[in-house]
Design a protein around this ligand. Sequence first.
Ligand code: C2E
Ligand code: MG
Ligand code: MG
Ligand code: MG
Length: 287
Amino acid sequence: QAKKLGRNRVEFFTWQLQEDLRSKRRLAEELKLGLERGEILPYYQVQLDARTREVIGFEALARWKHPEKGVLAPGIFLKIADEHGLAAEIDAAILKSVLKDRLFWLLRGLAVPRIAVNISASRLADPALLDKLRKLDIPPGVIVFELVETIFLDDSDEKLLAHIGDIKQMGIDIEIDDFGSGHASLIGLVKLRPKRLKIDRQLVTEVVSSAEQRRVVGSIVEIAKALDVEVIAEGIETEAHAVVLAQLGCDGLQGYAFGYPAPAAETERLFSSSTSRIEKQKTAIGN
Ligand code: C2E
Ligand code: MG
Ligand code: MG
Ligand code: MG
């Protein structure tokens, strides 16, 4: 009896596994189609100067405008994309859309600040990346690449370093994303010499209540300053957060307190870089 039960269980798990694999594969196929149909689009989240509260830039965050399921966040599709070799294609689609949005805004006389796009390990590793970027004719200083520090785990990768150097030469600044959440943070920082780093959300959540966390963030800022690297704090959800992080020396702030990631059409309202507008939006959100 027990044996039979055991076998049933194994059969159940096998069935479950196959079902999971099947639905994953289905999602990957849908994603591929979605990429072809232009369903992968950037949403934009504003970044402010910590001192003046002026708009200094935006981060483009991938969204999948799914025909039936609505707007999906990367948490739903990025892992699958990665597993099926589609991450680099998503990055490319986002960059293209960002450049298109930017051109549209410029043609209408709007002052567009720098825009940061996230770049996956697989896209960064693509030896043809530089050629692909050159074809896009990106003017210097308008695009920033955010890469997670885990990309830099292998500190012996001189080729990757040179590759990143070439990207910098094109006028695309490099930022280390989610700083403090991965590995080899300091090695990455010293070797990579990014323009700025973004302190991971998890490191700032308790910054108001915890003196220890304030000391940790303060130390990160000090290290960054020693290396001439700017600091953005992400995941700012309250005004108290913003005030403390500015006091600790962060240069930039990003988070729900100042705006949720929003589609291009809603983003251009922020280009006036007037603080009053941001204040208004904040009130509307309820912070
Ligand atoms: P990330 O690059 O660290 O982006 C910040 C994430 O935190 C975004 O989630 C953003 O919506 C969210 N966020 C912003 N402010 C707050 C806040 O105040 N509180 C909280 N709790 N969250 C906040 P999102 O859009 O879901 O993106 C998740 C991750 O997916 C990103 O983390 C990034 O690693 C990745 N990602 C997004 N777009 C792309 C892309 O185009 N290419 C690649 N390779 N990765 C992307
Ligand atoms: Mg990012
Ligand atoms: Mg981040
Ligand atoms: Mg993150």
